[in-house]
Ligand binder design. Structure first.
Ligand code: ZN
Length: 289
């Protein structure tokens, strides 16, 4: 196998899977926009934001739809809101939007899990083959466990995936809410599509056929995590940092690309995946190479 062969195959596979997620995100994000628009159209104006609303049936039905997907403070608030018989319009607006975002992220999670599993499993198989070709050993692995382990670890940017998603859901909802308030103040009542676009780009951004964004970064992290784990199981002691040589080769990683490190010295986030969506990867090195 030529250097780089395996990895190019993997990245093409990764991009193909991410394309599925990207399309789904786009489609659902347009529905989210329609739903937020329908919330605004249900009667919010800048003048009535601080007024109490007593007609809470529709809002409470929305809470009930999403309540089993909530936890922590949001769940606490949902329960409290259900008990109230009058709520200020601005609070209804904020929580309604947040609940829509929670539902959206929940729907995206199904496809997210599907593509992460597909990509990681593919990578696990390829890494095992690669190790078997340089070490006279075989190794059986529980892919599910290894993938879960990678997902629960703080990644190269220092956050754990599920925590990140909870924060980004709240951040996005607040960003949308603030923008709606600003618009209502200026007598505009149309959802700003640019905001949804910006939010999508944070999660997954398409650049020709390649992807960046938080999900892509998490997958790149998983790859390095999986590689290090499997190398270790094969008794491999050293690995080389490899750059993907194409129009998007990481320039920041120049100092590390091509260098060989002991496994125990490799820190994901330092020599590899030192920046978001770093596509550098590791190559196992034979004992006496
Ligand atoms: Zn890189």
């Amino acid at each position: 196998m030529k250097k780089g062969d395996m990895e190019m195959i993997n990245l093409a596979y990764q991009d193909k899977q991410l394309e599925k997620y990207y399309k789904e995100y786009r489609k659902r994000s347009l529905s989210l926009m329609d739903e937020i628009q329908s919330i605004i159209d249900s009667g919010f104006t800048y003048e009535n934001l601080n007024k109490y609303n007593k007609n809470l049936d529709r809002f409470k039905r929305e809470i009930l739809k999403v309540i089993d997907k909530l936890d922590g403070y949001n769940l606490y608030m949902a329960k409290r809101l259900l008990e109230r018989n009058k709520i200020k319009n601005k609070d209804i607006l904020y929580w309604w939007i947040l609940f829509k975002y929670v539902e959206f992220m929940y729907q995206m999670e199904a496809i997210e899990k599907e593509i992460i599993n597909a990509i990681d499993k593919h990578f696990i198989e390829e890494t095992i083959k690669q190790c078997e070709s340089i070490v006279d050993k075989t190794y059986k692995i529980n892919s599910e466990n290894l993938i879960n382990e990678a997902m629960q670890e703080p990644n190269n940017l220092g956050y754990e995936w599920n925590t990140y998603k909870t924060s980004i859901t709240e951040y996005n909802a607040s960003e949308m809410y603030d923008n709606i308030i600003l618009n209502l103040r200026n007598n505009k009542n149309k959802v700003n599509r640019d905001i949804l676009e910006r939010q999508q780009n944070r999660m997954i951004k398409k650049n020709k056929t390649k992807f960046t964004g938080a999900l892509d970064n998490q997958i790149d992290f998983n790859t390095s995590y999986i590689q290090l784990h499997i190398f270790e199981k094969f008794g491999i002691k050293k690995a080389r940092i490899m750059g993907v040589l194409d129009e998007r080769t990481c320039e920041v990683c120049d100092d590390y690309i091509g260098k060989v490190y002991k496994l125990e010295d490799i820190v994901i986030g330092v020599q590899v995946n030192s920046h978001p969506s770093c596509r550098c990867y590791l190559e196992p090195v034979k004992e006496y190479e």
